[in-house]
Every structure is written in C-alpha cells, then in structure tokens.
Design a protein around this ligand. Structure first.
Ligand SMILES: CC(C)(COP(=O)(O)OP(=O)(O)OC[C@H]1O[C@@H](n2cnc3c(N)ncnc32)[C@H](O)[C@@H]1OP(=O)(O)O)[C@@H](O)C(=O)NCCC(=O)NCCS
Length: 184
C-alpha cells in the first residue's frame, strides 16, 4: 500500500469510501447527500489538497481531503452543493448551514479543514497517520498555519486517532467535537 496524490480516476472510489465508512445509509438519497457534503466539493474544486492510500492495483482504499481556503469552501458550498442537499434532506441542509456559520468563528485561527476515511479492512495499519503526514506536509509547504475538523462525539476511534496524532479539542457542539492542529 502506498500514498499518492489524487487523480481524476479516483473520484468514484472516493464516493464509495465516503458512503462505506459512514453510519449505515438507507437509500440513494442519503448517499447523494453524503457525497454532496463530504466529497464532491473537494474532488471538483480543491483536488490538489487530496491524498489517497492505494492497494496493489492502484485503487484508492482510503483518502484525506481538505479545503485550504475556508471562504471559498463556504461560498461554493452555499451556491453549488447546498441547494442539492436542500432538495434531498431539509434537516441536514439546515444543520450544515448552522455548522458553516459556527465554523466561521474558528477560521481565523484554523483556515483549513479536513476529512479522512479509510475502508474497514485497511484501518489500524498506520495508513491514517501516513495520509495525515502527507497532507500536513503539503499544507506546511503552502504556508497554511493550522487545520481543523469535526468528529462525531460518539466516534471514539476517530477521537483516539486525532488525539494520538496531536490534535486538540477547540470546541464542543451537540454531537460534534471540533479539533485543531497547528502546522507552522
Ligand atoms: C479514524 C481513521 C481515519 C484512523 O485511521 P487508521 O489508519 O485506522 O489509523 P492509524 O493506524 O494510522 O492509527 C491508529 C490509531 O488510531 C486510533 N484507532 C484506530 N482504530 C481504532 C479502533 N478500532 N479503536 C480505537 N482506536 C482506534 C488509535 O489511536 C490507534 O492507535 P493504537 O493502535 O496505538 O491504539 C480510520 O479508522 C477511519 O477511516 N475510520 C472510519 C471513518 C472515520 O471515522 N473518519 C473520521 C471521521 S471525522
């Protein structure tokens, strides 16, 4: 297994990983909501900030995706992706709007943020750390000062992973913990 930069051919695999690593998804609508919120903006608008872990066939089995420009992320999400989410799931749309407003308070100190997902059978083999190293190195080179993320308050695996890597808690919301990491 190795880590490399994202290529256009990885897009479908990333959508698959996004859905496979989420809480059980009931129907096609939910799948579309997941990829619209957690995948498509990054592959379509900031693909330079994506690293993938690939198997021996060069198929992506894990990824780390990042927006290094929160203002661009927020305005593009509002214009291009949230209208689609609104049609599919009004509650999720409302929560995401709220989260974008709350996150705005953190972006001065944490101007970038990330998501990381690795397929079940490939977890706890050090790939998460390798993906994180690749992204943090890339952001350091770009001069980005710090990165943040949101992790489900019940996602102990994720919380353990981030803490072990050196992330610290910056804000607690109902059901979500925001964590940050200083890069420079
Ligand atoms: C969280 C995740 C990215 C970690 O990647 P990984 O490749 O498994 O992690 P690594 O092997 O690099 O690091 C292992 C460390 O992560 C944490 N961890 C990983 N799997 C764990 C598990 N099943 N239970 C508890 N802690 C776990 C531990 O701190 C572990 O260190 P340890 O083995 O010394 O206890 C990965 O498990 C994943 O994709 N999970 C599903 C999606 C997800 O929750 N993403 C984060 C959402 S915000």
């Amino acid at each position: 297994m190795e880590i490399r930069k994202y290529q256009e051919k990885d897009k479908k695999n990333l959508q698959y990983i996004c859905i496979a690593t989420a809480k059980p998804v009931k129907n096609e609508k939910e799948k579309e909501v997941l990829t619209a919120l957690y995948n498509d903006y990054f592959t379509e608008c900031e693909s330079d900030n994506i690293f993938v872990a690939v198997n021996e066939d060069d198929d992506a089995i894990g990824y780390i995706i990042c927006s290094s420009d929160y203002k661009k992320f927020r305005s593009t999400m509002r214009k291009r992706y949230l209208p689609k989410v609104r049609k599919l799931n009004k509650w999720k749309w409302f929560l995401t709007h709220l989260e974008l407003i709350l996150d705005s308070r953190l972006t001065k100190k944490y101007p970038s943020f990330l998501h990381i997902n690795i397929l079940d059978g490939y977890q706890r083999k050090g790939l998460g750390h390798k993906l994180m190293d690749a992204l943090i190195g890339h952001l350091r080179e770009k001069g980005v000062s710090a990165v943040m993320l949101g992790v489900g308050a019940d996602n102990q695996k994720g919380i353990n992973f981030y803490k072990k890597y050196g992330f610290h808690e910056i804000m607690k919301l109902p059901g979500v913990i925001k964590m940050g990491y200083n890069i420079q």
